[in-house]
Ligand binder design. Structure first.
Ligand code: UDP
Length: 328
């Protein structure tokens, strides 16, 4: 029996593959390498280059590798890009996920873990936001993920596919042993951009919007270390294998940092200044989004080990230095 990881050559997926491999699981990766890297997957892990929307391929993989669980990371994930290219997001995130769920049901896969996002909440009515609070996405990205959540719940009710939906808040950092990290080209995510600027790979960076109704006028987010996020998936898999109920969980720490606070942290940890310009608000950005993480702690026994912005930034910096040194 094995675990199929889609998007296993990407940022979070590649950390998941290492964690599963460390735990002695059999793993197979499906990734179309649109944003991921072949080198991010260890040589001894079976790797298939292809699309999640290719049902013949996915069904064959499920049968050939006796797939017991699918962890479905493969997706497009940039909020402003989803505003300018919505149909690409509905295809990759919604239509291809529908196809993955169908293959899982038809292939007798027992467990399905889905990478959802805090973007399903939009601008939540209260912070920290809980899993039962009403979703109201502000971007096609959030909407594309929410649609998949709905399909997964309906398909599970009808066909008995056990599932866990994990709503990721803002993921950052790298494997503490620096075996892998975020290698995305032309990255748009705040910590990655700030780290690249601190290391001189960009001349300056922009702060998108300083007139939000927050403590310093910039957006507030809940930054979670990638290793803690991956641990949440391992906990979810254990839960499903133990007969646990299908559930939706927030993945965040329950405290937020503003854009300016993150940039200050990067400057301090890197020990350099970072040139920052003020820019207009970015489309699709909610002002403040912070997770209530009570449910995942209580029901999955999830225990974060890297809940420290300095550590997240230090690992992101260390990985970026390593990546740059090898020309990545
Ligand atoms: N942000 C910024 N400058 C950047 C990148 C991001 O000011 O170069 C802001 C962005 O507008 C948002 C926050 O940082 O308010 C987090 O954005 P990111 O893209 O990292 O994650 P998102 O919350 O959109 O998934």
């Amino acid at each position: 029996m094995s675990v199929l990881v889609t998007g296993g050559a990407g940022y979070i997926g590649s950390h998941m593959v290492l964690a599963l491999r460390d735990a002695g699981e059999r793993v197979v990766v499906l990734d179309n390498l649109s944003t991921g890297f072949r080198w991010a997957v260890p040589e001894d892990v079976p790797f298939v280059a292809g699309d999640t929307g290719d049902q013949a391929l996915v069904s064959r993989l499920i049968a050939e590798h006796d797939v017991e669980a699918i962890i479905h990371f493969a997706a497009s994930l940039v909020v402003p890009e989803s505003v300018s290219r919505p149909l690409a997001y509905y295809k990759n995130n919604t239509a291809n996920s529908r196809s993955m769920i169908e293959c899982a049901v038809e292939g007798g896969v027992e467990h399905f873990i889905f990478s959802s996002t805090a973007a399903v909440y939009g601008n939540p009515a209260r912070v920290p936001v809980g899993e039962d609070d009403a979703p109201a996405p502000m971007s096609p990205y959030g909407a594309s993920k929410l649609m998949t959540e709905t399909m997964l719940r309906d398909a599970s009710a009808a066909h008995g596919l056990g599932h866990v939906i994990l709503r990721y808040f803002n993921v950052a950092g790298a494997d503490p042993a620096l075996r892998i990290g975020q290698s995305t080209r032309d990255a748009t995510h705040l910590i990655k951009v700030a780290v690249e600027t601190a290391l001189g790979l960009r001349p300056k960076m922009d702060v998108y919007g300083t007139d939000y109704p927050t403590r310093d006028g910039t957006c507030v987010r809940d930054y979670i270390h990638v290793t803690d996020l991956v641990a949440a998936h391992a906990d979810a898999l254990r839960h499903l294998r133990g007969g646990g109920a299908s559930t939706t969980f927030n993945c965040g720490y329950g405290r937020g940092f503003s854009v300016l606070e993150v940039i200050e942290t990067v400057k301090r940890v890197a020990g350099v200044d970072v040139r920052v310009d003020t820019a207009p608000r970015r489309p699709g950005d909610p002002a403040e989004i912070v997770a209530s993480s009570d449910r995942i702690r209580a029901r999955l026994g999830w225990q974060p080990r890297h809940d420290d912005l300095d550590e997240i930034v230090a690992h992101a910096l260390a990985w970026q230095r390593k990546l740059s040194a090898r020309g990545g």
